[in-house]
Ligand binder design. Structure first.
Ligand code: V1S
Ligand code: CA
Ligand code: ZN
Length: 379
């Protein structure tokens, strides 16, 4: 394919522990780990496994998890009971977001174990690109679960990468702000975080304004791109490409971690953007084209069949098969009936539910902020 002509052939490893898909957050909860089984099945039925090495990694150990998290917090999670904090109304309000369902700690060990092994594969140079669609749970804090996330596999994975890499660039295209990852590395220049997200005071988690830019040694190493609702492929690429290109040029990372939350697609149940499969996938293609060691993670995504489509297409992009595979879902996939509403298409057009409120002036302002920031970082 075109990519193979431009870049050299890159060694790809795919990490999947099938146990992760069997957990349930509860009947009314939007996060459905089952989407990971549907995604994995679709990837296999497109025969993409011929182009990467598939690994079933072990679950993360307690020691690995407490590399970032507080032991008291992890013990609560293992016991399946949140500590009652008197006078804290925050606990009640957020408990529905992070329910303590059966096996919640085991669930965390599966998705985190895959991210850790993926990081080790990059560290040892066994792979140039590693993929873990079950990872990317960017909201978890050191001592608190938040926004469907309990253990922050991204932070733990980046800590592993920092053992062998001087600088890590983290890019987050989930529609929500990557607050847990930003907070964890807010005071260091060894990790640069860049989150593209919808920002509105009433939109979860309500952080990620331009002024959050890092502190002390980390000053200028946190970047936020708070986008307005309805962003289209064209507008998104217009900000994403120049910003990411100059981040890589000026920060010169040894490795890139890309969180690919699929809730930035149009018609997501929680999202408010208008990205198509092509527009979302273009971000992955672009980051891949920068030819740095790369870790691909999942994240949000609440219309199950579109999550499977999105990450299957992006797996195909990574292995250079996206322009070869059929746009009709393979007939032998046992989950094929999930894709019926859009005539079994892999990349159907998604309805535009929101007008694009991102003006050219606003997008130029965001690009300007990033350019100014790049001039301030040491290189
Ligand atoms: N938006 C949204 C939303 N919907 C829910 C929800 C709905 C039904 C349930 F049974 C349980 C939860 N929670 C939210 C958001 C959290 C979004 C997390 C996104 C995660 C990610 O994609 O970035 C990464 C995996 N929570 C809120 O808006 C907080 C509340 C303020 C409102 C909803 N209630 C349930 C809790 C408090
Ligand atoms: Ca984001
Ligand atoms: Zn999200």
């Amino acid at each position: 394919t075109k990519d193979d002509v431009i870049g050299r052939k890159r060694n790809i490893m795919y990490f999947h522990n099938e146990n992760v898909a069997a957990f349930h957050y509860g009947p009314h909860h939007p996060m459905k780990p089952f989407r990971l089984a549907v995604t994995h099945s679709l990837i296999l039925h497109y025969n993409l496994q011929h182009y990467f090495t598939m690994v079933e990694p072990p679950p993360a150990t307690y020691e690995e998890i407490i590399a970032f998290h507080d032991t008291d917090y992890i013990e609560e999670l293992m016991a399946g009971k949140w500590r009652v904090v008197p006078d804290e109304d925050a606990v009640d309000g957020t408990a529905d977001d992070v329910p303590l369902f059966d096996g919640v700690y085991d669930y965390c060990t599966y998705y985190t174990g895959s991210t850790i092994q993926a990081a080790k594969a990059l560290n040892c140079k066994w792979a140039d690109i590693v993929i873990n669609w079950s990872g990317g749970l960017h909201h978890a804090k050191k001592a608190q679960a938040s926004g469907f996330c309990y253990v922050n596999d991204i932070v733990i994975g980046i800590l592993e990468l920092l053992k062998h890499n001087q600088r890590v660039l983290y890019i987050d295209i989930d529609i929500h702000h990557g607050d847990g990852v930003q907070d964890a590395f807010y005071f260091t220049s060894r990790v640069m975080t860049a989150s593209f997200h919808h920002y509105h005071e009433k939109f979860f988690p309500g952080t990620g304004i331009v002024k959050e830019k890092g502190r002390s040694d980390g000053k200028h190493y946190s970047l936020n791109f708070p986008l307005r609702e309805g962003i289209t492929d064209e507008s998104y690429a217009y900000v994403f490409k120049p910003i990411v290109r100059s981040l890589v040029k000026f920060y010169d990372p040894n490795v890139i971690v890309l969180q690919c939350g699929a809730d930035s697609l149009g018609s997501d149940k929680l999202g408010k953007f208008n990205l198509s499969f092509n527009g979302h996938g273009e971000c992955i293609r672009f980051v891949k084209s920068l030819n740095r060691p790369l870790m691909i993670l999942g994240g949000g995504g609440y219309r199950l069949r579109n999550v499977a489509r999105c990450w299957t297409n992006e797996t195909a992009i990574i292995v250079g098969q996206d322009d070869v595979i059929s746009d009709i879902i393979p007939e032998i996939d046992p989950y094929r009936k999930c894709f019926a509403p859009e005539h079994y298409k892999l990349r159907p057009e998604l309805p535009h539910r929101f007008r694009d409120a991102n003006t050219r002036e606003f997008l130029d302002y965001l690009i300007g902020v990033a350019e100014e920031r790049m001039r301030k970082i040491e290189h």
